[in-house]
Ligand binder design. Structure first.
Ligand code: SF4
Length: 277
């Protein structure tokens, strides 16, 4: 069940009709999926899929839409786009398929692009190329991008603002640099502590977050992170187990955290910073 409010360009989309959503999807909002092989239709050529996405929102003939598809493939770096436009997804490499997916998502010049783990299914060198491409196209198209990722390296490279989610709720929110250099929430500390730092002391052990993520069907009471939190004893009266913290301003009005710790900054400076390096 979905509650709350999601506004896109001032328009409320929670509870919007199917017709309204069809108008918004692929036009105002587009999406890049994790695995382009499953997101692209295997029976249709790459070109046909881009043409269809374009014609759904523009009254143009097939020839004009095909020209636009070739332009988009060229823009995302597909070689010989006028020939490759007639290829099927299985004839493209993984990186090329993700480029084609990006071409399809941007063909209608969306205001918002949601990229769900767009580099996870790719090897490391192709990952870097795709991230560069997304950043270049973001500048060219001016679309806002919501990047969903578990990869803190990707966040450090591309994000302006970060929203850390845990158990289906936002638990920390702020400017990227602020979150990476002055995190205030124990879950964010745990995430940063479990990243391997190959440029630092490689003998230093990683510090994993104990336990496992909570079941969303039967979430824990109080703070959803409390069964795994090593700092909960610093909060008086066992409130972590019983009271859900509000998302409230931390170090600055723009840096928000959902945590009962009275002085997370002091704990970070004295206990955490050294460990997560
Ligand atoms: S509210 Fe309590 S359990 Fe949750 S992160 Fe903060 S200290 Fe840990």
């Amino acid at each position: 069940r979905m509650t709350g409010s999601i506004r896109v360009g001032g328009e409320e989309i929670v509870g919007a009709s199917d017709a309204t959503m069809r108008k918004i999807r692929g036009n105002d909002i587009a999406m890049i999926f994790q695995d382009p092989l499953t997101a692209l239709h295997p029976f249709y050529t790459i070109g046909k899929q881009i043409v269809e996405a374009y014609r759904l929102h523009h009254k143009v003939d097939k020839k004009t839409a095909r020209k636009r598809a070739i332009e988009m493939l060229e823009l995302v770096g597909i070689p010989q786009p006028d020939r490759r436009v007639d290829d099927y997804p299985h004839q493209f490499s993984g990186g090329m398929r993700q480029r084609a997916m990006i071409a399809m998502s941007l063909v209608n010049d969306p205001k918002l692009l949601i990229a769900d783990e767009p580099t996870t299914a790719l090897d490391v060198t192709v990952q870097a190329q795709i991230l560069d491409l997304i950043q270049e196209l973001q500048k060219e198209f001016g679309s806002a991008i919501v990047m969903i990722t578990h990869d803190l390296g990707v966040i450090a490279e591309v994000a302006d603002n970060v929203l850390v989610m845990y158990g289906g709720r936002a638990v920390e929110k702020g400017a990227c640099k602020e979150i990476l250099t002055h995190p205030e929430m124990p879950y964010t500390w745990g995430l940063l502590g479990s990243v391997a730092d190959v440029s630092g002391d490689i003998s230093k052990p990683l510090v994993p977050i104990p336990g496992t993520p909570p079941s969303l069907l039967n979430p824990p009471t109080g703070c959803a992170f409390h069964p795994r939190c090593v700092h909960k004893d610093k909060v008086p009266d066992g409130r972590c187990n019983t009271d859900l913290p509000e998302l409230r301003a931390g170090r600055s009005p723009h840096h928000m955290t959902r945590c009962h710790l009275p002085d997370p900054d002091a704990i970070y400076e004295t206990e955490v910073k050294e460990v997560i390096g």
